[in-house]
Design a protein around this ligand. Sequence first.
Ligand SMILES: Cc1cc2nc3c(=O)[nH]c(=O)nc-3n(C[C@H](O)[C@H](O)[C@H](O)COP(=O)(O)OP(=O)(O)OC[C@H]3O[C@@H](n4cnc5c(N)ncnc54)[C@H](O)[C@@H]3O)c2cc1C
Length: 391
Amino acid sequence: MDRFDVIIAGAGAAGMFCAWEAAKRGRRVLVLEGGRAPGEKIRISGGGRCNFTNLHAAPECYLSQNPHFCRSALARYTQWDFLGLIGEAGIAWHEKTLGQLFCDGSSMQIVDLLANGMRGAGAALRLNAKVEGVAAAAGGGFTVSAGGESLSCQSLVLATGGKSIPKLGATGLGYKVARQFGLPVEETRPALVPLTVDEETKASLRSLVGVAAPVAASCGEARFDEAALFTHRGISGPAILQLSSYWREGQAVSLDLSPDAPVYEALKAAKAESGRRAPRSVLAALLPKSLAAVLTADMEAPLAETPDNALQALAERVHAFTLTPAGSEGYRTAEVTLGGVSTDMLDQKTMQARAVPGLYFVGEVVDVTGWLGGYNFQWAWSSGWAAGQAV
Ligand SMILES: Cc1cc2nc3c(=O)[nH]c(=O)nc-3n(C[C@H](O)[C@H](O)[C@H](O)COP(=O)(O)OP(=O)(O)OC[C@H]3O[C@@H](n4cnc5c(N)ncnc54)[C@H](O)[C@@H]3O)c2cc1C
């Protein structure tokens, strides 16, 4: 039986980064990847340019049952560390918005950096090698079955990612292994995902399909100031994707469609200036025309004939356009999986299961989920790096 110091299941962002670090320390590392190529999610990320980190990455930008868990790894390997690596590799990048850093060229530059880096440091990569099962070995360590072969290792790292985009190789192995070794798994659900509405709401929003607008989207305590987009199925765009990580069934989502300009004041000023204008034309200067039309569908009278309380009510509709989503588009389009292997039983410095020496979980399989905008890759780098120092 082939014996390795470290076997890593999954050649995604976290797995490859962990392999590189462990191999640099002289460990004999094997990465087993179920798919035909490493880093498939990196390849398709950020519209092909990979939003590889965020300048503002901080523990507050992550969701977890234990919001403090990610602190250690994020502090030990930061966005500046990853940016240094990108710089050394000569990969050109730019900030798009809100601290989001993208490659100027292709996301394959990041995949190649990781795959070549870990191979150069001595780690081996086997493709089409889906891990089917693992077991604790009698004298310590683990046996791993993959592609009909049995392998053994001292340290086993589960870097198998979440459940999103099943066609890219999600298997749920990390959750299965966690349960097998008695580690709890927090309920998983699709996140960073468009929200859907029922047929009646869909019909009422039909004329808005394709319309995007800057909004302040909120539900419960969560609020995001970014763009929203009306779609055939419901609502999407960065503000809604962000909110989807906080939204729960039955909750309403409120969109302030004019977050920077108070609408009542604009309507009153326009009324004082020229009462012949329609409320719709005032709104059309603040919002996309089709949104203004939907919001004023029952308001044909000019401003002079519209009482102030009706203008007030219109302004409230603009500042709190409220929908109750029926659900989400699910794992088919979700960028990430919320929940996962509970952090309760993991060591935050090393990502090792405290009760199972040698067993590690890194990246998205862990119950740490970042906001949209490069935060999830930063978690993959930080957690992969932390385990890479310890395996
Ligand atoms: C469309 C899309 C765009 C995204 N864009 C961004 C972005 O721009 N910025 C950002 O920060 N985040 C982005 N994300 C999220 C980001 O891709 C993930 O958070 C990140 O890839 C997680 O890294 P990971 O290594 O934990 O898991 P993954 O990258 O998912 O890697 C897991 C690997 O494990 C393999 N695997 C699974 N089961 C097995 C098994 N049984 N045996 C062997 N191998 C197995 C899989 O094939 C896969 O290669 C995006 C996600 C999607 C879906």
